[in-house]
Design a protein around this ligand. Sequence first.
Ligand code: C5P
Length: 314
Amino acid sequence: TEAWGPDDDRPRKMAGPVRVRVPAKINLHLGVGPLRDDGYHELNTVYHAISLFDEVTARSGDTLSLTMEGEGAGQLALDDSNLVIRAARALAAHGRVPAHARLHLRKQIPLAGGLAGGSADAAATLIACDALWGLGMSRDDLAVVGAGLGSDVPFLLYGGTALGTGHGEAVSPVLARPATWHWIVAVADGGLATPEVYRELDKLREGSWPPAPLGAADELLAALRQRDPEVLGAVLANDLQPAALSLRPALADVIKAGYDAGAVAGIVSGSGPTCVFLATDAGHAESVAAGLRAAGVCRDAQPARGPMPGARIV
Ligand code: C5P
């Protein structure tokens, strides 16, 4: 697919500024297996990149610095804990170059929203600094560096629709005839911390025997090939949804409001609290978004399309 095609049209070295756009992700299927010894859960997931974007711009500098605007500005620390800074440092160490860049982050993807905003910013930074520093690394090599930064970073380097295994970091493309899917993204007030949502799932599963099996994504993959929203909507699945609903019971009202507004289907996105709804076409997505906004159950509702390419220079 376009998203996974050769991208070696990327310039090896750019004087800067290097501007990189990166999409948000949703999970069309999120099967969560048992907790592993390393603190991660084994996953079977189908990732899907949608048209909600963050942007990282890299300019040459004498030190490493980060500024930001947009979603979460003022709430997100811009220090060494920030995934943009961590990605720049990890790449510099890997490439044996000084981590010198002036970085600027423009955010539309909500913080702690279940849309992999942090991983998206890390992926964009890897692409931007690779070009600024002239490292000429392949996306596959950047994905190895990215996997150490966040489970969703490798996917956001590739984009499209992809199967994720391991703890989500092992991705392979889903080959399908080109199709555009129409979504509505319902953004909540406040975020949910991903580790807490996984812990809540472990708690909900405690004492049940045998352990919850790791659900395969086969039905979802078959539905994608049929290119029919009703068929896809019927198999959207998220094992983290009961945990997100347990921590944030009001999300049930959001899901219900989406169906009341005519959505084909709706689920919590990843670890939440963002909810995503499927529509039949762009016009339908506009009307579902309007219905959700009128219901007053979310901070914002906006249409988005997928699949989108991964992090790339614009
Ligand atoms: O990899 P990432 O930093 O996005 O993961 C954040 C946290 O989410 C992990 O530290 C872990 O608590 C939880 N997680 C998990 N199983 C996964 C992915 C994430 O338990 N497959």
